[in-house]
Write a protein that binds this ligand. Structure first.
Ligand code: PLP
Length: 853
């Protein structure tokens, strides 16, 4: 029988246990091990059964157990102590409070998904987990951030695998009352309602859920309320569910509704309205136009408002895969903005923001990433390599500039160590190295013996094996009600065998089935009598991605063959809960994407934090951090003729590494049965990589390199009633209109003989036409370097030339400067003019340049 409606009745806790309610209400429990132990003590079985969910646990535990604990003085004390600890954590000064007054007072972080804990399944994969980790580290560092997202009634989806290996999706409905969420309310108790005007006089309403993530507030908008007509209640039904219009509605709600919710929340909580807006991927981009609409309400023009918004907006792109970027039919966007949705904003101005008006672009689409770049002065990719790839990918927006000058920087992702480090490893660090901060410990210290480290690594592997057996048996029993799982399932995997982990979403570029390239060779690796290998695999395919489901099916069918089924295991329903056991339990973490399509990849980082060694294509973060000792690089066959040749070469390299290097090293044991060489690599990985891979490092970088500069620019354009924004807007208009007449008229050089030598100085004199602009509006630059392949400049340097004011005649000026010839070999140069203004972050920002010749 199915219920037509369901809700969760929360337990009434005995008064003595009031601390538990407070502790359960702040998601800090999801990464605070002592608090988790407090809950686990209530009932270890229920803690396990509820998937480590304090609210579900308190709802399920027998009242008799609660009264028993209420009378247990030791337990009550323990709970109260942890509550005091939480209070201190929430109020004490942390890293950010030590920064000077120029740091922003409030920063908004927008993302379509947030992965904080398995108990709040509002994520599909990497982007969501990253957002969750960002909030947690921001909390630990005291960064005044507020998160904004949507509340999806069914989250992403639950995955099961049919007997013939096909992915089956189900969408269990979440009950927000049973989650650590509270409705945002007005002082009189009524729920805050956010409203967006839609075409044909309709309206979309949403309520706002708040979650406390340590010191950070997360606001989640939810359309499943009676105020909405039926069709609109399901706007927030699922994450990445529908296409086209459904997706657009979600993104309008996230961006525009999100800013509206923020303003209400800021007022109700007495918090400053954010100065900096950090938007992740294009999905939340409409937040910028909502803010422009507000500024128009304050008397600015669209373009002046745009200057304010750009100055304070950080846009992070997270994928170089075209399918990962939202593009809408232009007429659809036009229809939604030809309404009262954004007072004062012309639809043509909105359309221009997302227009692909560059070579290779399509004029019929509205591109959310392009809008993100136009609305965010501060932009970045998520690893150094991804920064490069993004500069290449979006260079059409800055025509005339070399790829290196495209103003997209990079901040390499990180992962939240307290969430992703196994408690056993942390306990070991505490006991032997005197710290619970595993990212700061000296893992090479003699205070930690090889045997101890190896025994914890082994226990983590055993823990994974136990979890895999349980999951596979449970999945079988679910599909065969009343049956008893076959006995081989309880012998699945072997806790002493070299374990390779591989889990990810299943888009094609991640190449789930690369390892199946030569099935017989793989079989031989798995079944090697002296040096066996086992592989644990997990991953979800997007429900609409048939190709991804076929890959899963191939893998599952191969893994079903009786001789290898205990060595190659696919675990259904990859989520945070599984991941937290999977990363620590593997010896080697495998990643074999098609380079350079993995923007960063964070699963390997989480594995490394637990002492797993990475085996990966040099893509994303690994391209930056592989050092020859912390794991293995699978060489990319970039020169291969076609995709299948490339797959073949890379798969062969993968097999070779496992057979010839990884397995021998893992099984090379000393008299105590300990693999010394392997442990050396683990210690090296933990000591050198953990601090770099931690989300604390990432969040500090965002603060220092993005948020603080963004708030500086934002203040400069906003002060004095937006005087800076008005001036900047007028200046840009003047520069743009003069630009077609701006030119380098003539360049002459002297100072070098017929045969130039190292040590000579090249004297340059350039005559430029500024067409009414003043020398302070531009930089005239010499660009020089080696000239290769004909006239292409490489190893480029840039130097400003000086104006000779007296030379001004009729809008033309002469500029002079010298360049020292410090290196022998081919040399080349050119001269260019670019706009100059203190409020530009880069010379390329306006995409305007006039080059000699
Ligand atoms: C870390 C993580 C991901 C993302 O991993 P990638 O390596 O970036 O693909 C996806 N899902 C879960 C559950 C994770 O924990």
């Amino acid at each position: 029988m199915k219920a037509i409606r369901r809700f969760t009745v929360r337990a009434v806790l005995p008064e003595q246990l009031g601390a538990l309610e407070e502790l359960a209400g702040n998601l800090r429990w999801s990464w605070h091990e002592p608090t988790r132990q407090l809950f686990a003590r209530i009932s270890p079985e229920l803690w396990q059964q509820t998937g480590h969910d304090p609210i579900a646990l308190l709802g399920a535990v027998h009242p008799a157990r609660l009264s028993e604990l209420a009378n247990d003085y030791g337990y009550v004390e323990w709970a109260n102590r942890l509550r005091d600890d939480l209070h201190a954590y929430l109020s004490e000064p942390r890293w950010y409070q030590g920064l000077d007054g120029s740091a922003p007072q409030s920063i908004a972080y927008f993302s379509p998904e947030f992965g904080i804990t398995a108990a709040l399944p509002q994520y599909s994969g990497g982007l969501g987990i990253l957002a969750g980790d960002h909030l947690k580290s921001a909390s630990d560092l005291g960064v005044p951030l507020v998160g904004v997202g949507l509340f999806y009634r069914s989250g992403y989806f639950s995955q099961a695998i049919s007997p013939d290996g096909w992915q089956l999706e189900s969408y269990p409905v979440l009950d927000p009352d049973g989650l650590p969420l509270a409705v945002l309310r007005q002082p009189d108790g009524t729920a805050v309602q956010i409203t967006l005007a839609l075409p044909e006089g309709r309206a979309l309403h949403a309520r706002v859920w708040q979650a406390a993530v340590g010191r950070i507030r997360l606001l989640l908008l939810d359309t499943d309320i009676p105020a909405n007509e039926d069709a609109l209640r399901s706007v927030t039904d699922r994450l990445y569910g529908g296409g086209g219009e459904h997706r657009l509605l979600q993104e309008l709600l996230l961006g525009i509704g999100g800013v509206r919710a923020l303003k209400v929340w800021a007022e109700l909580s007495g918090t400053p309205v954010p100065e900096v807006f950090h938007t992740n991927e294009g999905h939340a981009g409409f937040l910028g136009v909502e803010r422009i609409s507000d500024l128009i309400g304050e008397g600015l023009t669209f373009d002046e408002g745009l200057q304010v918004v750009r100055a304070g907006t950080v846009f992070t792109t997270h994928t170089p895969v075209a399918a990962g970027i939202d593009r809408f039919e232009r007429p659809l966007v036009e229809r939604y903005f030809s309404t009262d949705l954004l007072p004062g904003v012309q639809v043509s101005d909105v359309l221009a923001l997302g227009c692909e008006d560059y070579p290779g672009g399509s004029p019929d689409v509205f591109n959310m990433a392009v809008m993100g770049l136009r609305l965010g002065q501060h932009a970045n990719g998520v690893s150094k390599l991804h920064g490069q790839v993004s500069r290449q990918m979006f260079r059409g927006l800055w025509p005339g500039f070399d790829v290196d000058e495209v103003p997209i920087d990079s901040v390499t992702n990180g992962v939240h160590a307290p969430t992703w480090t196994d408690p056993m490893l942390r306990a070991l660090a505490e006991e032997r190295l005197g710290t619970t901060d595993t990212t700061a410990a000296d893992w090479s210290s003699g205070g930690l013996g090889d045997l101890d480290l190896w025994s914890v690594r082994t226990r983590m592997r055993e823990q994974l094996v136990g979890d895999a057996r349980r999951r596979v048996s449970e999945a079988w029993e679910k599909q065969n009600p009343g049956g008893v799982a076959p006995s081989w399932m309880s012998d699945l995997l072997d806790p002493s065998v070299l374990t390779i982990g591989f889990a990810r979403r299943v888009p094609t570029y991640k190449r789930l089935t690369l390892m199946l390239h030569d099935p017989e060779r793989l079989r031989a690796i798995l079944l090697n009598p002296e040096r066996p290998v086992q592989i644990v695999i997990a991953g979800k395919s997007h429900p609409a991605d048939e190709e991804g489901k076929r890959l899963i099916q191939r893998l599952v069918q191969f893994a079903a063959e009786p001789d290898i089924r205990t060595r190659l295991v696919f675990l259904p329903d990859y989520d945070i809960g599984m991941a937290q056991l999977l990363y620590p339990g593997t010896d080697v973490w495998l990643n074999n994407p098609l380079r350079p399509l993995e923007a960063c990849g964070t699963s390997g980082m989480k594995a490394a934090l637990n002492g797993a060694l990475n085996l990966s294509i040099l893509d994303g973060w690994w391209n930056e951090f592989y050092d020859g000792e912390n794991g293995w690089a699978i060489p990319s066959a970039d020169a291969a003729g076609d995709g299948s040749e490339r797959d073949a070469l890379e798969a062969e390299a993968l097999y070779d590494l496992i057979e010839n290097q990884i397995a021998p090293r893992f099984y090379e044991r000393n008299g105590d049965g300990v693999p010394e060489g392997w442990l050396h690599q683990i210690r090296h990985t933990l000591s050198t990589l953990s601090p770099e891979l931690s989300a604390d490092r990432m969040v500090r970088e965002y603060v220092e390199r993005m948020y603080v500069p963004a708030s500086g620019f934002e203040r400069r354009v906003s002060d004095d009633g937006y005087a800076g924004a008005r001036a900047l807007s007028a200046w840009k208009a003047r520069v743009r209109s003069a630009w077609p007449g701006v030119a380098v008229v003539h360049v002459e050089s002297g100072g070098v003989d017929a045969i130039p030598q190292v040590g000579d100085e090249l004297h340059l004199r350039a005559r430029v036409q500024l067409n009414g602009l003043k020398p302070e509006d531009v930089s005239v630059q010499v660009i020089y370097g080696r000239s290769q392949n004909g006239d292409q400049l490489t190893h480029v340097r840039i130097r400003d030339l000086e104006v000779e004011e007296k030379s001004a005649i009729g809008g033309a000026y002469e500029y002079v400067g010298t360049v020292a010839l410090s290196r022998a070999g081919s040399f080349g140069y050119t001269v260019r003019i670019v706009p100059r203004n203190d409020l530009l972050l880069s010379s390329a920002e306006l995409g305007l340049v006039a080059i000699a010749g």
